[in-house]
Design a protein around this ligand. Sequence first.
Ligand SMILES: Cc1cc2nc3c(=O)[nH]c(=O)nc-3n(C[C@H](O)[C@H](O)[C@H](O)COP(=O)(O)OP(=O)(O)OC[C@H]3O[C@@H](n4cnc5c(N)ncnc54)[C@H](O)[C@@H]3O)c2cc1C
Length: 304
Amino acid sequence: MNDSPNPRVGEILERELPGLQRDVPVGPHCAYRVGGPAEYLYTASRTEALRHAVVMGRELDLPVTVLGQATNVLVSDRGIRGLVVLARNGDTSLDGELLTAGAGAVLPNVVLDLAQRGLAGLEFAGNIPGSVGGAVVGNAGAYGRAVGDALVRARVLADRDEYLAGPADLALGYRTSGLKGNPRGVVLEATFALCAGQRNTLLDEIARDAELRRGKHPLEYASCGSYFKNPSRELPAAKLIDELGLKGFRFGKAEVSRDHANFIVAHPGAGADDIRRVAGEVRRRVFEHFGVRLEEEVVLLGFD
Ligand SMILES: Cc1cc2nc3c(=O)[nH]c(=O)nc-3n(C[C@H](O)[C@H](O)[C@H](O)COP(=O)(O)OP(=O)(O)OC[C@H]3O[C@@H](n4cnc5c(N)ncnc54)[C@H](O)[C@@H]3O)c2cc1C
């Protein structure tokens, strides 16, 4: 998989990015547990390391992919060319009711910590897996709320320069932002505005949501949550898929969940191609029957 034209690229990267790995599978880092090798894989545990890795990769003309907790990506069986950087810069700091978190901070941990301090504003996201950076990029949300509602600014690295982007600059939308699918904009950290809340009420809300999710999501299987975006709030993708009797539809080791029709679950031994084939067939049938084009919420990486 090592197909970079400059043979010194690996040497330079190894020198600049201690701990760099070559040709290692990305699957074990992903919620889907599938995905072929990254040409280069680097774990950035501090914000400066994340910044440096991205800048180095770009200087060496490598495609650079930043991942958070990889809970919303499907990586191809052929893997990802170039440099994959796992954001693990999890530092957080509070300034009154303003929280600043590194892109690699784990969102549910951050939200739980805030609830324990009696700080409200992100509790709806207490059970959304993933990182702060991934949540900003995908404007993660639940129950009609999204992280963008509480976002004050994100520190973004574009090419070599950083800028501070407010919600309006980020073109936030339903499960998207101007940064989604744009490898040149990397979130380094994000700041959110919170407000005073009742510690126990917040903790109860998070616990109730966890219970609700355990009841309706197939959490015992590998998945990326909802595979498709909902065409509208009134028209959930799960309803369309369910009405076509597609729960349990499978290809290879991938299957439309029997519990939640918008989850495509991967059984042990599944390949990314199995998942895509199931998704492709679901999309085809929904379009044929309802004339609705389903759009992926999951980000596809390493596919042609
Ligand atoms: C069981 C389950 C339940 C879920 N429930 C919900 C839900 O209720 N609501 C919801 O919105 N989502 C949900 N999701 C999807 C997922 O949790 C969110 O999309 C999450 O915000 C993704 O964060 P991540 O760190 O895992 O991003 P990743 O999957 O790592 O990355 C997603 C995309 O963002 C990019 N990216 C990641 N970090 C950065 C960064 N720092 N800078 C630039 N680009 C970056 C990646 O390159 C990729 O394109 C669920 C997933 C699972 C598995």
